[in-house]
Design a protein around this ligand. Sequence first.
Ligand SMILES: *Cc1c(COP(=O)(O)O)cnc(C)c1O
Length: 398
Amino acid sequence: MSKATELIHSIPVDPLTGSISVPIYQTSTFVQEEPGVNKGYDYARSNNPTRAALEKIIAELEGGTTGAAFASGLAAIDAVVKLLQSGDEILAVDDIYGGAFRLFTHVYSKFGIKINYVDTTDVANVVDSITAQTKLIWLETPTNPTLKISDIEAIAAVARQHNILLCVDSTFASPALQQPIKLGADIVVHSATKYLGGHSDLIAGLVVTKTKELGEQIKFIQNASGAILSPHDSWLVIRGIETLYLRVQQHCKNALEVAEFLEYHPAVDKVYYPGLSTHPNHKIAAKQQNGGFGGIVSFTLKEDTTEAAKSVVCGTQLFKLAESLGGVKSLLCHPATMTHKSIPTEKRRAAGVADSLIRLSVGLEDVFDLIKDIDAALGNSKSKNLNSKNIVEIARFQ
Ligand SMILES: *Cc1c(COP(=O)(O)O)cnc(C)c1O
């Protein structure tokens, strides 16, 4: 059976009524026949049938044993960090999601957890940075917003050798493109707010573990800390997952065409997209992402200023200016003044987030409309515009 068919049919038909859509069990508690005798559910923080359906679906999608659904991607990340103890060390990707950086550095360091940020695109850096205290390697691949790729399989081998847990934040790839557990990771986390939900209408997070033992620990933390996903939002994520393959395929297709267009636009300096053969980690991306490169494209302008970037991000009609990504509608943002605003200027620039860097979340509109939209906005940036001949050239992508 093909993956898309498997995915669609992993969403269960309700055994009680035959409902083709998973019912939303909007309840806080479950009536018991006698104390301790119930139908598998007692209190909705501990377990809820709608959430349980989502958790089973995501565990299957990732090839893991246990899934756990949380109120946000960050709540999911938080649950994984709670596996650690004071004195333990996390070895994390340096180009990490800002919210994970804030959680690790400004919350968990207070509780005696040390964080060591390294460039994990080079496995040698990972090997060199491991200490006796390292208990968790934290990867994000592809990263935000410069789309760096780390070799999950190679780093998993290193982690196993040193008896260290490997967790991969696979939000940018989604399980449609990448299954880290199959490549040797112990844990996968997602901000389901992005591609899994897929419609920019909810905040949610997911954890999947390779082993039952780790799954039990995560479930214990989920119940103990209580940052669970609501039944209604669980249902929305399931509904999003139904079309995951279809959406991600189209996101990838559109993004590649936009990236190729930007590559030869006279106003554009660098284009960051793992699907371009010029991307430094293109080969690893091709190997571990099932041949797809995702829907996010970043680029810088020849006129490398905040003003030039602002004129572009305020000049589009279809690409809406907003944080977040992975929805049906195209979005764009200016990391230097938005998502990466709190990072000191020099540190931000050193991490490759130039003043003019713009991040696109390429949506599901017709790609030619999207290209025309960006082209018009680039024209506003005082750079030379494309002429109609180029536009015709681009039309061949259709
Ligand atoms: C958005 C995001 C998160 C955080 O998820 P929320 O659902 O916003 O809490 C974590 N990691 C990555 C890579 C993200 O893009």
